[in-house]
Design a protein around this ligand. Structure first.
Ligand code: UD1
Length: 374
């Protein structure tokens, strides 16, 4: 039983389902969507872009406080395990749905398989960090995307025999969809914007922002938008705005900080649009986890507007630079990139488009072996 809940889950599960179906003896799967993300732009559209089959079940939990959302997923997920009796529950990433379903499964004696295990920012004020640590503790099989993750897991007392370094399934999706990516001109047209902004001297930058730590406090968001406005005077910026961020820009009265000649606001974009925008960009400014990885795979410089990352390999080997919210640091790195001194990086180990194949093979063997042992 594979679980998805929120936008960053969809690109991880799509290639895994395909790989499980492509095994010599295919593993039967069920796809459960918790409904944590429910807007067409945050969910349905990504299912289409990623060729994800429609979920077998949708729990339709929607939004709420962390406690309400997590509890509601748990309450609605539990009866499915009684009804369908899966041999394992496969969860990905670090969203509330990941932890909620893992917790239900482990307490009912159903094994949890975690894909993208062991990533740690070291920042326990981040809800995702709590979800990561707890999910890993109760998982029976843990697939990692980079070598540092294994060290993190071993330090937390997880036995080495449960861990498998498989590579990055996000990059499998990137490989599968890159040829279908929609060009930036088409995306701007489709959203009713004039694409001439793309032809600026240095090209354009792409921005996404949605972390509560960046967008939920009025002064923090104001400072960030002022910095981005300054960046936009050198490089036009295209923002794909998460609903949370859009609501806060309006609520805090910050819309006037957007320079309409240099900053284009778009609603959340589909996967094919985002890949197209990022591929064509001079740089990306983001607080997303996924974009840090995708820009590394695409060789596009990424400025991460956070103090820490759970994906250190994107900094050590890839194109990522942690700039926090420090205006001087941001303007300096932007200047470096525009002067042709941006990071080029290299592709990390096993980010080769075949992580899901390795996971499918290992998972199938692991299930066979554990069945034989019983
Ligand atoms: C969630 C994940 C985060 C991930 C992000 C990607 C957790 C703790 N966080 O954060 O790790 O990076 O998804 O987007 O699980 N909303 C809509 N429509 C939707 C979904 C959400 O309008 O389809 C709005 C609602 O106002 C909601 C808010 O966004 O209250 C936050 O949604 P939520 O699912 O709680 O967390 P995200 O910020 O999206």
């Amino acid at each position: 039983m594979c679980v998805v809940g929120a936008r960053p889950n969809f690109m991880k599960v799509a290639p895994i389902l395909r790989a499980l179906a492509a095994l010599a003896s295919p593993l039967p799967t069920m796809l459960v969507h918790t409904g944590q993300h429910y807007d067409a732009s945050m969910s349905d559209r990504l299912f289409e872009d990623l060729r994800l089959p429609r979920p077998d079940l949708n729990l339709e939990v929607g939004s709420g406080t962390h406690a309400v959302q997590t509890a509601e997923v748990m309450r609605r997920f539990e009866p499915l395990l009684d009804e369908y009796k899966p041999s394992c529950v496969l969860v990905v990433g670090d969203v509330n749905s990941t932890l909620a379903c893992s917790l239900v499964a482990v307490k009912k004696g159903v094994r949890v398989v975690h894909v993208e295990a062991g990533l740690r920012s070291g920042d326990r004020s981040m809800p995702e960090e709590i979800n990561r640590v707890l999910t890993d503790q109760i998982s029976s099989r843990l697939y990692t995307t980079e070598r540092s993750a294994e060290g993190n897991l071993l330090r937390e007392g997880i036995e080495a025999s449960r861990i498998c370094f498989a590579g990055n399934v996000m990059i499998d999706s990137l490989h599968a969809c890159r040829a279908l990516a929609r060009g930036p001109t088409e995306t701007l047209h489709a959203n009713g914007h004039d694409p001439t902004v793309l032809g600026d001297r240095h090209g354009f930058g792409v921005v996404t922002l949605h972390r509560p730590s960046n967008v939920d406090d009025a002064e923090t968001l104001r400072t960030l938008l002022e910095t981005l406005r300054q960046v936009s005077q050198r490089l036009p910026l295209i923002f794909a705005l998460h609903p949370r961020t859009r609501a806060n820009v309006e609520r805090f009265g910050l819309s006037t900080l957007i320079d309409p000649g240099r900053m284009v606001l778009l609603p959340p974009q589909g996967y094919l649009e985002m890949i197209g925008l990022m591929s064509g960009a001079a740089l990306v400014l983001t607080d997303s986890g996924g974009l840090q990885e995708e820009t590394t795979a695409l060789g596009v410089p990424c400025l991460t507007l956070r103090e820490n990352t759970e994906r250190p390999i994107t900094v050590e080997q890839g194109t990522n630079t942690m700039v926090g919210r420090d205006r001087a640091a941001i303007l300096k790195v932007v200047g470096d990139v525009l002067a042709g001194r941006g990071k080029r990086g290299r592709l990390p180990e096993l980010w080769d488009g075949h992580a899901s194949d390795r996971i499918a093979t290992d998972l199938s063997d692991w299930l066979d072996n554990s069945a034989a042992a019983h």
